[in-house]
Design a protein around this ligand. Structure first.
Ligand SMILES: Cc1cc2nc3c(=O)[nH]c(=O)nc-3n(C[C@H](O)[C@H](O)[C@H](O)COP(=O)(O)OP(=O)(O)OC[C@H]3O[C@@H](n4cnc5c(N)ncnc54)[C@H](O)[C@@H]3O)c2cc1C
Ligand code: SF4
Length: 494
C-alpha cells in the first residue's frame, strides 16, 4: 500500500497553519491544506507495513488505539498516492459517515498507532481523509442518495450530534422514515455548539444536513423531548426511538463563592459565542464576556483549550488554565509503548496562541480552585487557588491528588470557565423514557449492544458510553442503526 519506500523518500508534511497572532483576529478555520500533488506524496508514505494498527480501533492499556471506525487506512492512503480520488472517496464511505467532521476535529488515533510513528513521523492520514472528502464535494461526487424503496417503518432519533446524525443517515438509506428531534435551535450537537468554529466551520455541518434533508431525513429543532413532547407520544408515533442526547451534565466545581456572576460552564460559554456568530452571520461576537478580563479556565483538557482560544479571540487580558494532574512527559513513558495512545504533553492551538500573545503557556499543573471571590456587585473578581500533590491511596493503590497545605494563592479572575468534564446523561430524558442508567448515569444497554432496558428504545453515543470523541459517536451511531434495523426487519444489511 502506498509506496514501500515512500516513508524513506518523503518527509511528513502537513497543512500550513496561520500564525497565532494572525488567526486570533477572527473565528475562521486556520489550516491551509496541502495542494493535491503534495497530498498524494503524503499518501506514498504509507509503506505496506503489513500490520495496520492504524485501522484496528482496539483497546490497548485501557485506551483506544487505531481508528474506531476501522477506516481502511492503508487502502485509502494508496488511492491518494495513485491519484484515484474518487475510488478513495468510495472506499472511505464504506466505513465512515462524515469524514469532513473527523478530518477536522479527530485526535487521529490512526496516526498515533501508525507503524511509521514507532520510530519516525506518522503518515498524515487525517489530512489525507480531509483531502479525500473535500475533493469529493468539489467534484460533485457527494450527492443525495434517497432510498429507492421505503420500508414503512419509522424511527425517532433524539439528539442531532454526530451519533444521532450517523444513525439517521444509515436508517434513512435503509428506507426507514427518520425524524431527528433536537432541543437546540440548530442541528449538530457539540459539533455545532461545543467545538468552536475555528476548528470546525459550521458551514461544513450545514452542507451535510442539506444533503440529509434532500435524502429524506426530517429535522425538528427547538423540540425538547421529555419537556415539549412526551416520551409516550413518540413511542406511539414511531416504531423505534434512538436516544443520542449526549452526556450533557457538566461537572461542577462546588467551592465557596460558586454562585458569583461570571462563572460559566465551558460548553455554555462556547455555545453562546458560536450562536452569536451564526445569528449575526459572523458580524458579531460576545466580546463583552471576556474583553479586558483575566480569564480563568478550570480544566486542562481539550475543552479547556477551546476556551483558551475563544477567550483570546474575545480579547482577554490574560488567560490561566488550571490542571489538577501533573504535567505529562514530553516523550512516551516506558509503560506507555507504541501503539498505545501516547500519554504525552500536547500543546494545542489555544495554548499556542496564549504563548504567542502572553509569552507563556497558560497551563498551571497540579493546581485547583479553593474559593471564588466576588466584588460588591456579586461579580467574580478573584480565585483562591492551591497546589495539589500526588499520594497513593492506601486501600486502592491509586494516585490521588491532595491539597498542599499553605500553598494557597489569590489570582485575579473576572471570567471563570469550568471545563472539568461531564458526568453523564440528563435525568429528565432518561426518566421520561424510564431507561436504566449505570452509576455514571450513562444509559445501560445490552452487552455489546444498543437496546436499552425499555423495549423499542435504543441509545448510542456519549449518552451511552460517557463523554468521548466524535469518531466514537459516529461509530456508535452506525452500530446502533444496525441494531435498530435488525429489530425492525429481523435482519440487517447495514
Ligand atoms: C467543547 C467541546 C469540544 C470538543 N472537541 C472535540 C474534538 O475536537 N474532537 C472530538 O473528537 N471530540 C470533541 N468533543 C467531544 C464530542 O463533541 C462528543 O463526544 C460528541 O459530540 C458526542 O456526540 P453525541 O452525538 O453522542 O452527543 P452530542 O454531540 O452531545 O449531541 C447530543 C444532542 O442531543 C440534544 N439533546 C439532548 N437532550 C435532548 C432532548 N431531550 N430532546 C432533544 N434533543 C436533545 C443536545 O441538544 C445535543 O444537540 C468535544 C466536546 C466538547 C464539549
Ligand atoms: S476518523 Fe480519526 S482515527 Fe479514524 S482515520 Fe479519521 S482521523 Fe484517523
Amino acid at each position: 500500500m502506498g509506496k514501500p519506500t515512500g516513508f524513506l523518500e518523503y518527509e511528513r508534511e502537513t497543512a500550513k497553519v496561520l500564525p497565532p497572532k494572525v488567526r486570533i483576529s477572527n473565528f475562521k478555520e486556520f489550516r491551509v491544506p496541502l495542494n493535491k500533488e503534495k497530498q498524494e506524496r503524503q499518501g506514498a508514505r504509507c509503506m505496506a507495513c503489513g500490520v495496520p494498527f492504524c485501522q484496528s480501533g482496539m483497546m490497548l492499556g485501557g485506551m483506544a488505539s487505531g481508528c474506531p471506525l476501522h477506516n481502511l487506512v492503508p487502502e485509502t492512503n494508496d488511492l491518494v498516492y495513485t491519484g484515484n480520488w474518487e475510488q478513495a472517496y468510495l472506499r472511505l464511505s464504506k466505513t465512515h459517515s462524515f469524514p469532513e467532521f473527523t478530518s477536522r476535529v479527530c485526535p487521529a488515533l490512526c496516526e498515533e498507532a501508525c507503524t511509521c510513528n514507532l520510530d519516525s513521523e506518522p503518515v498524515s492520514t487525517k489530512e489525507n481523509e480531509r483531502a479525500i472528502i473535500e475533493t469529493a464535494f468539489e467534484e460533485g461526487w457527494v450527492q443525495p442518495r434517497p432510498p429507492k424503496v421505503r420500508t414503512g417503518k419509522s424511527v425517532a432519533v433524539i439528539g442531532s450530534g454526530p451519533s444521532g446524525l450517523a444513525a439517521a443517515q444509515m436508517l434513512n438509506h435503509r428506507g426507514h422514515e427518520v425524524t431527528v428531534f433536537e432541543r437546540s435551535d440548530r442541528v449538530g450537537g457539540l459539533l455545532r455548539y461545543g467545538i468552536p468554529n475555528m476548528k470546525l466551520d459550521k458551514s461544513v455541518i450545514d452542507r451535510r444536513i442539506k444533503l440529509m434533508e434532500e435524502e429524506g431525513v426530517h429535522f425538528v429543532t427547538g423540540m425538547n423531548v421529555g419537556v415539549d413532547i412526551k416520551a409516550e407520544e413518540l413511542l406511539k408515533k414511531f416504531d423505534r426511538v434512538l436516544l443520542t442526547c449526549g452526556a450533557s451534565n457538566p461537572r461542577d466545581i462546588k467551592v465557596p463563592g460558586r454562585e458569583a456572576k461570571g462563572i460559566y460552564f465551558a460548553v455554555d460559554f462556547l455555545g453562546r459565542v458560536t450562536k452569536e456568530l451564526l445569528d449575526s452571520d459572523f458580524a458579531k461576537a460576545p466580546y463583552e464576556l471576556a474583553k479586558g478580563k483575566n480569564v480563568l479556565v478550570i480544566g486542562g483538557g481539550d475543552t479547556g483549550n477551546d476556551c483558551v482560544g475563544t477567550a483570546i479571540r474575545l480579547g482577554a487580558k490574560s488567560v490561566t488554565q488550571l490542571e489538577m494532574m501533573p504535567k505529562p512527559p514530553v516523550k512516551r513513558a516506558e509503560d506507555n509503548p507504541w501503539p498505545q495512545w501516547p500519554k504525552v504533553l500536547k500543546t494545542d492551538y489555544g495554548q499556542q496562541e496564549a504563548i504567542a500573545v502572553f509569552g507563556h503557556d497558560p497551563r498551571i499543573y497540579q493546581t485547583t480552585v479553593k474559593e471564588f471571590v466576588a466584588d460588591k456587585n456579586g461579580n467574580v473578581c478573584k480565585a483562591k487557588i492551591m497546589k495539589l500533590k500526588g499520594e497513593k491511596d492506601a486501600a486502592t493503590g491509586r494516585l490521588q491528588m491532595v491539597p498542599v497545605e499553605g500553598s494557597e494563592e489569590v489570582i485575579p479572575a473576572e471570567l471563570v470557565l469550568i471545563a472539568a468534564g461531564f458526568l453523564g446523561s440528563q435525568k429528565y430524558v432518561t426518566d421520561a423514557f424510564g431507561v436504566a442508567v449505570n452509576a455514571r448515569t450513562n444509559v445501560e444497554t445490552a452487552a455489546e449492544g444498543y437496546q436499552t432496558s425499555v423495549p423499542r428504545v435504543f441509545a448510542a453515543g456519549d449518552m451511552r458510553r460517557g463523554q468521548s470523541l466524535v469518531v466514537w459517536a459516529i461509530r456508535e451511531g452506525r452500530e446502533a442503526a444496525r441494531a435498530v434495523d435488525e429489530s425492525l426487519m429481523g435482519y440487517s444489511n447495514l
